[in-house]
Each structure stands twice: as structure tokens, then as C-alpha cells.
Design a protein around this ligand. Structure first.
Ligand code: SF4
Length: 374
């Protein structure tokens, strides 16, 4: 079947460029984000064809435990329903021993990765990150430690009055394997001003991500979409991620994260819509494949944000990774997500086989645990 049959001339030209391996521009990405009907279906078919060509039919997943070690934070991001002040009843902070215990349990449960992020708790000090990495690495040396967003690295750098690059090198020497490319939200100054006054700037996010990559620490890349943003912001965000990747090669995957609105101040104040629609989510994954796939092979779905059904649709529209088992995910759940906190490997395998694709467990850096028989 010709995926471009019935497509309009402008969208057909853009998709032909992408299928021929040429770059599409941010303006062309906006056109793709605005497709409907036959144009939308052609976008999906082109993204799926590119996925097939670039990474084949395997859909990967990773066994990971999330450890959100504290929810105490005074940054005041309006899209966040996770943070609490220290004196609020739901505030919590795990001790280092508790964090290590959770990593040990994660290993016993079959996890190959712990993903560690938290609020910026002023009582913990800037060296908390190093203490956590050292303690986990000592207790479970072969566990991949995927930890600390660029904002947490910037925080440590400010408190300790040391360059972020030094902090990153020290964390790597202590056993840090990679960092999450969270806190990116939308890399646009005007949008960030509406979302949060105190979080790091788009420029600082980029500087710290590049410093991590230069130090040999890979990271993921993310976008949080569906709040005050528009296709123009999404297209420029993807363009920025592509530019950084061409400079450093340090991104392992791109992860679109739909905004969960329910319990957020941003939504309560009437500033945001109710998260992305299903179609917007499908388009986001499809355009990510079309625009980034040659530079970042892996496009991940967030089942915890969008549910397994929509995640399956996105995996038919350019995505190739189902994400993690996510034992004890707290951040989306506090914001109102109801898709559960844990998906066992058997459920990933069932959903992937249901799509006629090949399931494979991977580690954080996309090495397959078992190579599937194709
Ligand atoms: S998103 Fe992170 S930095 Fe912002 S308030 Fe929530 S926990 Fe704090």
C-alpha cells in the first residue's frame, strides 16, 4: 500500500522528504502536527515505515524501579502536583538507607535500573546526590543508576559552588550511569515563564545536558506537552533536541510526556488545557520519529501518562519503546494519572505480541537482555 495515497500535496512533499532521509524543518513539523483525515493517516504510515526501517519490529521495555526520594520542594512549578512543603502532612524524605534498601529490593525483583529523582529539599544539602549514588553503587554495583535531572545537577552546582561539569564527573566516577533529560518541559523561554518562575532556563538545561554528554554520561530527552503550548513550540523543541544530538550524540531516546492536569495549580488557575488529546499524542510520537529518528533511534511511549491502549497506538505511529515497569511511580500519580504504578514484563509482552511485534527486554542503554528470535 502506498502510504502517501490520497495525501494533500503539501503534506505529501514533507513526508516524501522524510522518507528519502532528508531533514524536515520546524515549519514543516508544524504542518504535520496540524494534519487531519487522509493527511493524518499518511503521517502515521510514514512514521511507522521510518520506524520499521530504522529500528525494525522489536518493541523494547526495561525493568526499572522509580525512587522519588523526597517530595519536599519549594520551586513552585505550576504543573507539578508532587511537591510539598516540609511541614505539610504528605511531605516525605527517604533516608539514604531506605533508598539503598529500595535499590536492593529492585534487584531482587529483576530490575536492571533504578531511576532516581526528587524535589529540591533544602535540608538535604548539595552532596545528597553523590551520597545516594555512592551508597547504591556500593550495595548493588551492577545496578544501572539513572538519576538526577539537569535541574537537580544545577541545584547541586549552586549549593556546592562548583561547576556542573565537575559535579557530573564526580557522580560518574561514583557510579552514575546516565541522567534523565527531564525538566526540559518545553525549551522555550515564554512557555517556561508560564509554567514555572524558578526552574532552570532552557539555556541552562541545554548547557547541563551537553556537559553530561561531554563527560560521557548519556541522557534521555523529553518534552512535556499539552498545557499552554502549541505545535510551534513542539516543532522548535524537537529542532533543539535534534541540534544537540548532532553536537553530542548523547541522547539514548526521546520521550514525549503528556501533561497530566487534574491536580495542578496550572489547570486550577485556568491557564492550561486538560492535557493533550489522543490524536495530539499520536501525532507527537509520529512527528518525533519523522524529525528525530535518524539521529535518535528510540522514541518511547509513557504508558503511565496515556494508558496502555493509547501507548499501543503510538507504537504503531513511530514509537519503538514501551518504557519501564516503573515500580512505585509517584509523580504522575500525584498529578492525577490513573494508569497504575507497575506493569509487569508479562503484560508488556502480551501487549506487544497483540500488535504483531516482537517484545524484548532491554537495559537502560538499549542493549537487549535476550535477543528475540525473529
Ligand atoms: S517539578 Fe520538580 S522542581 Fe518543580 S516543583 Fe515539582 S518537584 Fe519541584
Amino acid at each position: 500500500m502506498n502510504p502517501l495515497k490520497n495525501v494533500s500535496a503539501p503534506v505529501g512533499r514533507i513526508l516524501e522528504k522524510a522518507l528519502a532521509g532528508d531533514d524536515i524543518s520546524p515549519a514543516e513539523a508544524v504542518t504535520l502536527f496540524e494534519t487531519h483525515g487522509a493527511d493524518f493517516l499518511a503521517l502515521i504510515a510514514a512514521a511507522d515505515a521510518l520506524r520499521q526501517e530504522q529500528v525494525g519490529d522489536v518493541i523494547t521495555y526495561v525493568q526499572v524501579r522509580n525512587i522519588n526520594f523526597t517530595n519536599v520542594c519549594y520551586t513552585g512549578c505550576k504543573f507539578c502536583a508532587f511537591a510539598r512543603y516540609d511541614d505539610e502532612p504528605e511531605a516525605y524524605t527517604f533516608t539514604i538507607e531506605e533508598v539503598v534498601q529500595q535499590a536492593v529490593e529492585a534487584r531482587e525483583l529483576g530490575c536492571t535500573e533504578v531511576c532516581i529523582q526528587g524535589g529540591l529539599n533544602p535540608k538535604l544539602g548539595g552532596d545528597i546526590y553523590l551520597k545516594i549514588v555512592r551508597a547504591i553503587h556500593a550495595a548493588v554495583p551492577d545496578m544501572h543508576i539513572h538519576a538526577f535531572s539537569p535541574f537537580e545537577i544545577q541545584y547541586a552546582s549552586r549549593i556546592l559552588r562548583r561547576p556542573a561539569a565537575d559535579i557530573l564527573r564526580e557522580l560518574k566516577d561514583a557510579g552514575l550511569g546516565s541522567i534523565p533529560g527531564t525538566a526540559a518541559e518545553i525549551l522555550d523561554t515564554d512557555v517556561r515563564r508560564m509554567l514555572t518562575k524558578n526552574k532552570l532556563s532552557a539555556e541552562a538545561w541545554e548547557d547541563i545536558i551537553k556537559a553530561a554528554h561531554r563527560a560521557g554520561i548519556p541522557s534521555t530527552a523529553t518534552i512535556m506537552y499539552g498545557h499552554v503550548d502549541s505545535p510551534r513550540h513542539w516543532a522548535h523543541h524537537l529542532d533543539t533536541i535534534r541540534r544537540i544530538q548532532r553536537e553530542t550524540g548523547g541522547f539514548t531516546e526521546f520521550v514525549p510526556l503528556g501533561f497530566i492536569h487534574q491536580n495542578t495549580q496550572l489547570y486550577a488557575e485556568g491557564l492550561a488545557r486538560t492535557g493533550p488529546t489522543g490524536l495530539e499524542s499520536i501525532k507527537m510520537h509520529a512527528v518525533s520519529r519523522v524529525m528525530l529518528g535518524r539521529d535518535i533511534r528510540n522514541v518511547q511511549v509513557s504508558w503511565v501518562k496515556m494508558g496502555a491502549g493509547l501507548a499501543q497506538m503510538c507504537l504503531n505511529a513511530g514509537a519503538n519503546d514501551f518504557g519501564g515497569t516503573l515500580i512505585e511511580e509517584r509523580i504522575s500519580r500525584m498529578a492525577g494519572a490513573t494508569n497504575g504504578q507497575y506493569m509487569p514484563p508479562e503484560e508488556f509482552e502480551r501487549l506487544i505480541l497483540d500488535m504483531g511485534r516482537i517484545p524484548a527486554e532491554r537495559n537502560t542503554l538499549y542493549n537487549l537482555k535476550r535477543v528475540p528470535v525473529v
